[in-house]
Design a protein around this ligand. Structure first.
Ligand code: GLN
Length: 235
């Protein structure tokens, strides 16, 4: 375990919608609040992905940048090496789909992914757009997930992953589940950004890297969570 956290933010020039970059800021803030030192590398799509990071983040995007991002990541190989070394990864929406074996391009054509999650995605009939709330897999011990989704993709989970959560409101993967995880790799459709709305998820990623974390003042996070959950869940 370490007191220094290396964050890697992948392809901000291609994949970062609905405030996904906020996930990086939340991890930085919550790590520093615990006295950890943080180093963040922003990797543009023209640059190689370093394989020595601790936590990797990738966001959502439109179909073309998603296809381009997947091609470059496949060719580069750095993210696959990092995960093989034991790095953690949070992949959102287009980034989530890229981690599977295949996803649907702008005409629905199959585009190969990185194979870091046992999932495959295709295009659904209708765009899933709006607020989402979901109960997290009890094995992870996290409170209700809250976020915003906007995607055409539907995702089928294979036996190599577990659903991250079960939807209460919203579409998620399209089968009553939202996101998935395997080892230290987490995929989700949630924007918001996801870690601002779900600080416990940020702490899970940090704890996987540095071990148990001291509690911090979560008043503002809790207010945001209560407001967003109250907007979609019955009182
Ligand atoms: N292009 C993908 C889809 O529509 C991802 C969208 C996104 O990242 N917001 O499913």
């Amino acid at each position: 375990m370490t007191s220094h956290v290396r964050l890697v933010w992948i392809y901000p020039d291609l994949l970062s919608t609905y405030g996904d970059q906020g996930n990086v800021l939340i991890l930085e803030q919550r790590a520093r609040a615990r006295g950890l030192s943080v180093e963040t590398v922003h990797v543009r799509s023209s640059d190689p992905v370093p394989d020595q990071g601790d936590i990797y983040l990738i966001g959502g995007g439109e179909d073309r940048p998603q296809i381009l991002g997947a091609e470059r990541l496949r060719k580069d190989g750095g993210l696959n090496r990092a995960v093989a070394h034991g790095a953690a990864l949070l992949a959102v929406c287009a980034g989530y789909q890229i981690m599977g074996s295949v996803f649907g391009g702008e005409e629905g054509q199959p585009v190969p992914g990185l194979g870091l999650l046992d999932i495959s995605s295709g295009r659904g009939e209708r765009r899933a757009v709006g607020e989402l709330a979901a109960e997290v897999d009890p094995a992870l011990g996290l409170p209700t997930l809250t976020g915003f989704e906007n995607h055409m993709g539907v995702t089928r989970l294979g036996p190599g992953v577990r659903p991250l959560s079960r939807t209460i409101v919203g579409t998620g993967n399209g089968d009553g589940t939202e996101g998935c995880y395997a080892g230290k790799v987490i995929g989700t459709y949630l924007h918001g950004p996801a870690l601002a709305r779900n600080p416990a998820l940020a702490d899970l990623l940090l704890a996987w890297t540095v071990g148990p974390l001291a509690p911090i003042d979560d008043t503002w996070y809790q207010r945001l969570r209560e407001e967003r959950l109250a907007a979609v869940l019955p009182a």
